[in-house]
Design a protein around this ligand. Structure first.
Ligand code: HEM
Length: 124
């Protein structure tokens, strides 16, 4: 199995479930709620979902609307330290429990997020 097989395995529906389960928790989180746009959480949810769909073998809507992801640069406006990174992963790990994706897809995505979330740290 390759990364780009994940879209055909879990579809738009799987990504929607996972990302919705993540964003449901954001407003209640003492670290993350202050970072995300309070009045555009739905937009933020859509951007993450579209990005993942594109990255894992689905349609390129994210690229059409947002251009090259440049994810590290796009995260510079936010102070992401180890604690924020760990909290982000904690919410995402909760979301995996909720979403109950097929094990193989979950393992791939978890490894991807573990790596990428560390890469996004931009503050001591
Ligand atoms: C390490 C902890 C992280 C924090 C605190 C964080 C925080 C944020 C915040 C506050 C936004 C702005 C929300 C919006 O309006 O779109 C954002 C956007 C985004 N994040 Fe993260 N993020 C983290 C990790 C990640 C990871 C691991 C990924 C994916 C692998 C990711 C993917 C995205 C994407 C795709 C966007 C939208 C970019 C755009 O098109 O503007 N983030 N993130």
């Amino acid at each position: 199995m390759e990364e780009t097989d994940i879209y055909s395995m879990i579809g738009e529906e799987g990504f929607t479930r996972l990302v919705a389960a993540f964003y449901r928790q954001v407003p209640h989180d003492d670290i993350l709620s202050a970072m995300y746009p309070r009045n555009d959480l739905q937009g933020a949810e859509q951007r993450l979902r579209d990005f993942l769909i594109y990255r894992f073998g689905g349609p390129q809507k994210y690229i059409d609307e947002r251009g090259h992801p440049r994810l590290r640069a796009r995260h510079f406006p936010f102070r992401i330290n180890q604690a924020a990174r760990d909290r982000w992963m904690q919410l995402m790990n909760e979301a995996f429990v909720d979403a109950a994706l097929p094990t193989e897809a979950e393992q791939f995505l978890r490894a991807f997020f573990e790596h990428m979330s560390t890469f996004m740290i931009n503050h001591p």
